[in-house]
Design a protein around this ligand. Structure first.
Ligand code: FAD
Length: 553
């Protein structure tokens, strides 16, 4: 049967990861079809609340950062994380995070020092996805089929034939593509079809979660509102995210290891204990959002022409707000690799980099997340019985608890290392040198041009972000204009390799970059660096584009 659609890449799933992948592929000139079960504009569950700075950098490149920044909590609503005895009770400590109206100008906070043009953004997934969807729907080359489920696919030498169902008419949908990418979430059928299996820790913790409307709550707060408010008391500990900054809230009630059933704790009782309100307080449940925190990773991310990204490839407890964000990083890694090959300037070998680069990082983040969740669990279990006691003793106790809470949690809410510190150290398409990448923690990192690291960001003398000045594909950054790069440009031209040369003029650039030449990839990671051109520029270019080099020059 002739296919209904023929495209270069079929993306299964239009969640945040699938939409980001599809937009990036289309912007690189690839024809893409994205199939999605949900109706057009149907919001997802109220899950993710944090869009990482690294993700916002990507959204800036895709042209959707401004629209996102203008959406979410009211502009002046504090994005702080507060620790209290109850949501309406006494405050123990607070991690200051700028409101979105101050996001580009605020200084002095634990996440305001990062060298980036796009700081993080606190916005719930229910507001994020419609903005991403609208942007994707207006991207040339990208078709989104809502109410379409992909049921199966087969691979051959040339491509993939997928069969799906139009869920409104029940009719079959046939798609022919060169590659298929499963961005189809935690229950991924594409993962199953490629024979990948999940392993790790099946249950790190259970959370009884409730999305509710309570217009009275803001007025009952004794302290300044916060984006996230954690309540710690001997009766029940949990936390609450402000969703619209007015009347909607998402409350997580962390169950203990003995509470293995979501309904084993009286939901209404727990909500009132966490909020610190009496029986007269009125709220309306919008939905129950109970979830299990896991640490699971697929044993492989690819089978020939089929790949998986995002929750399809890994699932972990969303500590540091890094589930979706890691998935979008997968997508941005895979998209340029696929596009470079489909556009004819990279070999098939370039595709091997996806799993080689992303698997170790996601495995590492999954451990960060789980370890952090376990440390938090210990902190909740250790809440002193008299934490709410009035007077100096109680105050001293609260101050000590507040300090410990701040120290542990600033690492996850201001996770500079997770955003910018990770590096690809076993990639087949990175030309490493003698220097090792600087170590990083969840919180901290050192910008570096060691190959495999994120290209360090700085502001150019002309006021532009370096990232806005980079080309869409590879960019050779030159720190010393006296270095003749013509042989490099000629070798690139001979291979149809898209290269721009950028003279980086910015104070501090020479010291920060440490070399006269730095080659930045389409995903803003360093592929190579040196003080002079390599003796055989063609061989270097062949290496970074996944082609076995045959010629010199
Ligand atoms: C309580 C909670 C809080 C969280 N907080 C954060 C946070 O702050 N930061 C963060 O980064 N992450 C967070 N996460 C994780 C985040 O929500 C997920 O990682 C993210 O949604 C994954 O995106 P995805 O696109 O991979 O998958 P999904 O969002 O699951 O999207 C998959 C899509 O594929 C579609 N689909 C499935 N099968 C098919 C098929 N066969 N055919 C067509 N379409 C299909 C589905 O309808 C769905 O729309 C949180 C998660 C939870 C539970």
């Amino acid at each position: 049967m002739a296919p209904n659609y023929e495209v270069q890449v079929l993306v299964v799933g239009a969640g945040p990861v699938g939409l980001s992948l599809a937009m990036d592929l289309a912007q690189r000139g690839i024809t893409v079809l994205t199939a999605e079960i949900r109706h057009r504009g149907e919001p997802p569950n109220v899950k993710c609340n944090h869009v990482a700075a690294r993700t916002m950098e990507i959204f800036r490149r895709l042209g959707v950062a401004r629209a996102l920044r203008n959406t979410g909590l009211p502009p002046g609503y504090a994005n702080d994380v507060a620790y209290r005895t109850t949501v309406t009770g006494m405050e123990l400590s607070r991690i200051p995070i700028p409101a979105r109206q101050d996001r580009y100008t605020a200084t002095g906070g634990p996440d305001t020092w990062w060298p980036t043009p796009e700081p993080p953004h606190r916005i719930n997934q229910i507001y994020l996805e419609p903005v991403l969807f609208a942007h994707a729907a207006s991207t040339p080359g990208l078709t989104i089929l809502n109410r379409t489920r992909i049921d199966s696919f087969v691979q051959d030498e040339e491509g993939v034939s997928a069969t799906g169902t139009d869920l409104d008419t029940g009719e079959a949908v046939q798609v022919r593509a060169r590659y298929i990418v499963g961005c189809d979430g935690g229950r991924s059928e594409v993962r199953r079809a490629i024979g990948a299996t999940l392993s790790g820790t099946d249950v790190v913790g259970r959370v009884q979660s409730t999305y509710f409307r309570a217009p009275e709550l803001l007025g009952l707060l004794k302290h300044k509102p916060a984006w996230a408010t954690f309540a710690l008391n001997p009766r029940r500990s949990g936390n609450v995210y402000a969703i619209d900054g007015r009347e909607t809230w998402l409350l997580h009630n962390y169950l203990t290891t003995e509470e293995t059933d979501f309904e084993s704790v009286d939901r209404d009782w727990a909500i009132r204990q966490i909020l610190g309100v009496g029986p007269d307080f009125r709220y309306e449940i919008i939905s129950k959002e109970d979830w299990v925190g896991r640490r699971l990773l697929a044993n492989r991310f690819r089978d020939r022409r089929a790949f998986i990204c995002g929750d399809a490839a890994h699932l972990w407890i969303p500590m540091a707000g890094y589930g979706m964000n890691a998935g979008i990083a997968d997508a941005m890694n895979l998209s340029w690799l696929l596009a470079s090959h489909l556009n004819g300037w990279a070999g098939e070998g370039v595709l091997d980099a996806y799993e080689a680069e992303r698997w170790p990082i996601t495995e590492q983040v999954s451990h960060f997340a789980m370890n952090h969740a376990l440390a938090l669990q210990k902190q909740r279990e250790a809440v002193p019985a008299d934490i709410e006691q009035l007077g100096p003793e109680g105050e001293a106790l609260r101050a000590a608890c507040g300090r410990a809470l701040y120290d542990l949690n600033v690492q996850q809410y201001c996770c500079g290392g997770l955003n910018f510190g990770y590096f690809y150290d076993h990639s087949p398409i990175v030309m490493y040198d003698e220097e090792a990448a600087p170590p990083y923690t969840m919180y901290d990192f050192t910008p570096s041009t060691v190959p495999g690291c994120r290209t360090p960001h700085l502001w150019l003398d002309d006021g532009r972000s370096l990232y806005d000045a980079l080309g869409p594909e590879y960019t050779l950054m030159r720190l010393d204009p006296a270095v003749d790069v013509h042989p490099f440009e000629e070798a690139a031209h001979a291979r149809g390799f898209p290269l721009e040369v950028l003279d980086v003029k910015a104070s501090g650039a020479v010291a920060l970059f440490g070399r006269k030449l730095v080659l930045s990839r389409p995903d803003q990671h360093v592929a190579w660096r040196g003080d002079a051109l390599p003796t055989d520029p063609g061989a270097l270019l062949d290496m970074v584009r996944g082609v076995k080099s045959q010629t010199t020059g």
